[in-house]
Design a protein around this ligand. Structure first.
Ligand code: DC
Length: 225
């Protein structure tokens, strides 16, 4: 099998990773892999069976009963299946965001999901987004980006998304959730979110989506030509 190209995009919640990665993947004809969705699906499983996300004994006992599959439709949208049921919508709530972050702190969980992520990249050209893609999952990725924006900008983006879905959360509650999740994702012992020396920093605070896409596409084309 010919060597595949992989592009890693890491960064905190609300930096625009999924919007950007999805569009960039479409333009380049790559698969977009949203690894946060995998952690969300696992978190959702434990939520459904009533295991608290910090209960490592419960997680250890039941993790093998959680079968996660990823499928992509023709427009490149990623669908998450939990024990054969499409849970792609169910995993997008603030409650599951917090549970996914807590669940993702366990080494057992990270080790269990590692092969699944690497396997997709072995078989396809991918743009993979997450927290530890450039540092742990695909350390040899052809290009690594660290996408970020100020907490206020990220919270406002999340707030707008949640409002569109009918949420009544206030902007200050969303900002607190963003700050709490940043802290948890950056300070966990295993594979914390961090910008490494090989990541290219893109601060999207004052950039439009089009500007971010153009900037990143130019870098990818230059590095992978
Ligand atoms: O990208 P997201 O907000 O959907 O991710 C949900 C949580 O999953 C995030 O708070 C931390 C965890 N996560 C992770 O630890 N490593 C990844 N590669 C992706 C997500």
């Amino acid at each position: 099998m010919a060597k595949k190209i992989s592009i890693a995009i890491d960064g905190p919640a609300g930096a625009g990773k999924s919007t950007i990665a999805k569009r960039l993947a479409k333009e380049l004809g790559f698969y977009y892999v949203d690894t946060g969705a995998i952690y969300r699906t696992l978190g959702y499983f434990f939520h459904l069976i009533g295991i608290p996300p910090k209960d490592i004994d419960g997680i250890t006992k039941y993790i093998d009963e959680c079968v996660i599959e990823i499928e992509w439709d023709e427009d490149g949208s990623q669908h998450m299946f939990l024990n054969e049921i499409d849970v792609s919508e169910d995993i997008r709530t603030p409650e599951i965001s917090k549970i996914a972050s807590d669940v993702s702190a366990h080494k057992l969980v990270r080790d269990t999901l590692l092969d699944m992520q690497r396997d997709v990249a072995r078989k396809n050209n991918v743009i993979m987004d997450g927290r530890d893609i450039g540092s742990v999952v695909l350390p040899k990725a052809d290009v690594k980006f660290y996408l970020t924006a100020s907490p206020e900008v990220r919270a406002k983006r999340r707030f707008d998304e949640l409002q569109a879905k009918g949420s009544r959360d206030t902007l200050s509650k969303v900002l607190k959730d963003v700050n709490d999740r940043d802290y948890a994702d950056m300070h966990r012992a295993v594979a914390p979110l961090k910008q490494t020396a090989s990541h290219i920093l893109v601060d999207t605070s004052d950039m439009s989506v089009d500007e971010v896409i153009e900037t990143m596409k130019a870098i990818v084309l230059e590095k992978c030509k």
